[in-house]
Design a protein around this ligand. Structure first.
Ligand code: SRM
Ligand code: SF4
Length: 566
């Protein structure tokens, strides 16, 4: 018997291309939330219904509704924004949000804490500076990521343009967003609106595209549904390797769910990329599992049917075969910090932003300092794939002025952090994320402070070790590609994963289950000490853990949820 479709499929099919009853829900002044069905649809508009989980139990006791508010995610292909856009996001965060901005692991902005009656004004504010939240979430192609340094070389500039082209091509065609949020008039005449690529039920699940320029793998190409690796010869892009089927998300103790590394599907020329991406999206549209959302990502479509089947299906839609993938190699997944001059003869400064949270901290007026820079800056603000920020395109004359502001507000202090901190990422988790099982963003900085005592004592202060934490197994900070991955299991408890490749090409492996926060240090300390003493020349922490058998690399087919028994 055929399995029934997941209920979200009907919500999409009956939504009239993402309209649903959103207008009614938004206009209902008696409640701070929206209907359950509409809350699935707002995701396609980049908007999530959330509640303040810090307040949940107190409000429950008082028999009050949850403290509802919304998160808005702004799509920024390639992460490049203007100072005007930065200032607007900063101002919207105060006017309608919780006074902070979050730079995400996928080069986007997020605002949290927006009340229902302020949603429309917030979207309109974002639109006023030529940005949008459409398709930042939902079962469609999301923000397209690429290296945020278009001025590192002409190749990087070309890659940014491709990211924008892919993003434009795969944006849903529906006018629902413009009607609902921007008051665009519905076209009269009853002509049916067509979604040429997605159709009425869009994709079975979210879809993510990135482009990498080796040797940097800052986009974490193997974590994404579709990746493109620029193949460069004599300073020019000759084509791209196409990777498919990466993904991080899983559920604890469900062996049928697990992260997957993307695999190389083939190679194509630059002019073929957009069409190939469309064909790959349509294969997933037609064959992805619409009965079970925990099994609906492209990684499972490929796992179930095989890469060869997938290639044939894509090729038959293209009408030509794909060439074989070309050799490539990556070095790291991190950002390059500090000042650098680009081929455009301008200066670019990469700042460390702890977990991407822009706010004024007690000892660091980060948000104020960046606002002051945005007021006078003539270049750009670029969001990296690691939750950091580049103040880009600064002229020789402007550099000392920007540098003065950086010093005045202490914005470069973070750059002298330990190698562990500079290579850390944490997802949002509590209090806004409805799925989190444990703290992440609010806890990782303190854990790193503890671990810094260990790395400093071991003489490893400046060694880059990639550490990533999430509050649940969904993998929003790509923790399964961390040399140290910490994944929330329950309040104050984390699974520890070890041994991912520094180049982002090998997943880590479960090392210990449900370790209490106060015991994480003692679990990691002996391994870090051993690493300091026994590592070979230039050996990375993750590679060391694998070479010495602290963990063995996970192989597809093995249960990712079982720890290695030593
Ligand atoms: Fe994520 C769901 C935050 C990158 C895998 N993610 C969520 C939600 C929306 C929770 C929800 O569904 O109610 C989180 C909102 C928290 C909040 O309060 O803001 C959330 N994800 C984030 C961000 C903001 C984390 C961050 O701290 O930066 C990232 C936003 C990226 C963006 O700008 O688009 C973010 N999420 C990721 C990544 C990393 C990536 O894509 O490179 C992943 C793993 C890669 C992947 O997709 O496989 C990721 N998020 C998930 C999943 C698991 C998907 C799966 O296939 O199982 C969920 C849950 C879901 O979709 O059901 C999820
Ligand atoms: Fe929330 Fe889990 Fe994603 Fe963290 S990993 S933001 S806890 S869904």
């Amino acid at each position: 018997m055929e399995k029934p479709l997941h209920k979200n499929e009907n919500i999409k099919a009956e939504s009239n291309n993402l309209r649903g009853t959103l207008v009614e829900s938004l206009n209902d002044p008696t409640r701070g939330d929206i209907s359950a069905d509409d809350s699935q649809l707002t995701k396609f508009h980049g908007i999530y219904l959330q509640d303040d989980r810090d307040e949940r139990s107190e409000r429950r006791k008082k028999k009050l509704d949850k403290a509802y508010s919304f998160m808005l995610r702004v799509r920024v292909p390639g992460g490049i924004t203007t100072p005007e856009q930065w200032l607007q996001m900063d101002s919207l965060a105060d006017r309608y949000g919780n006074g902070t901005m979050k730079l995400t692991t996928r080069q986007a902005y997020q605002l949290h804490g927006v009340l229902k009656h302020n949603l429309k004004k917030t979207v309109q504010g974002i639109d006023a500076v030529m940005m949008d939240t459409l398709a930042a979430c939902g079962d469609v192609n999301r923000n397209v990521m690429c290296n945020p340094n278009p001025h590192a070389s002409e190749v990087h500039e070309e890659v940014l343009q491709l990211a924008q082209a892919l993003s434009d091509h795969l944006t849903p065609a529906t006018r629902a967003y413009h009607e609902i949020w921007l008051d665009e008039e519905r076209v009269a005449g009853g002509e049916e609106e067509i979604e040429p690529i997605y159709g009425k039920t869009y994709l079975p699940r979210k879809f993510k595209i990135v482009i990498a320029v080796p040797p940097s793998n800052d986009v974490d190409i193997f974590a994404h549904d579709l990746g493109l690796i620029a193949i460069v010869s004599n300073g020019e892009i000759t084509g791209y390797n196409i990777t498919v089927g990466g993904g991080m998300g899983m559920s604890h103790n469900k062996p049928e769910t697990h992260p997957c590394l993307a695999q190389v599907l083939g190679y194509c020329t630059p002019d073929q990329v957009v069409d190939i991406a469309e064909k790959i999206v349509t294969v997933q549209r037609d064959f992805g599992d619409r009965t079970n959302r925990a099994h609906a990502r492209l990684k499972y479509t490929i796992k179930d049917r095989g890469l060869d089947w997938f290639r044939k299906e894509v090729e038959s839609r293209l009408g030509y075969p794909l060439d074989e993938g070309k050799p490539f190699s990556f070095e790291d997944t991190g950002d390059r910090y500090g000042w650098v001059k680009g081929v455009d003869n301008k200066w670019h400064l990469t700042l460390f932003i702890q977990n991407g949270r822009i706010k004024d901290y007690q000892d660091l007026p980060l948000r104020t300092g960046l606002r002051e820079i945005a007021k006078i800056h003539k270049g750009d603000f670029r969001l990296t794939c690691n939750q950091n920020l580049i103040i880009g395109s600064i002229s020789d004359e402007a550099k000392p002025v920007i540098e003065n502001l950086i010093q005045e507000y202490g914005l470069s202090a973070g750059l002298s952090s330990s190698g562990l901190r500079l290579n850390s990422m944490a997802c949002v988790a509590l209090p806004t994320c409805g799925l989190s099982l444990a703290e992440s963003e609010r806890y990782l900085p303190d854990l790193i402070t503890e671990l810094e005592e260990v790395v400093e004592a071991a003489g490893l202060r400046d060694d880059a070790i990639v550490i990533r934490m999430t509050g649940c197994p969904n993998g929003c900070a790509r923790p399964y590609l961390g040399e140290v991955g910490l994944v929330g299991k329950a309040p104050g408890k984390y699974n520890i994963y070890l041994g991912a490749g520094f180049d982002g090409a090998r997943l880590n492996r479960l090392y210990k289950i449900s370790v209490k926060s106060e015991e994480i240090r003692s679990e990691l300390e002996p391994i870090i000490q051993r690493y300091a003493k026994e590592r070979s020349d230039g050996e990375r922490f993750g590679n060391f853990c694998v070479r010495t058998g602290i963990v063995t690399p996970w192989q597809p087919g093995e249960n990712y949820h079982e720890p290695m028994v030593n």
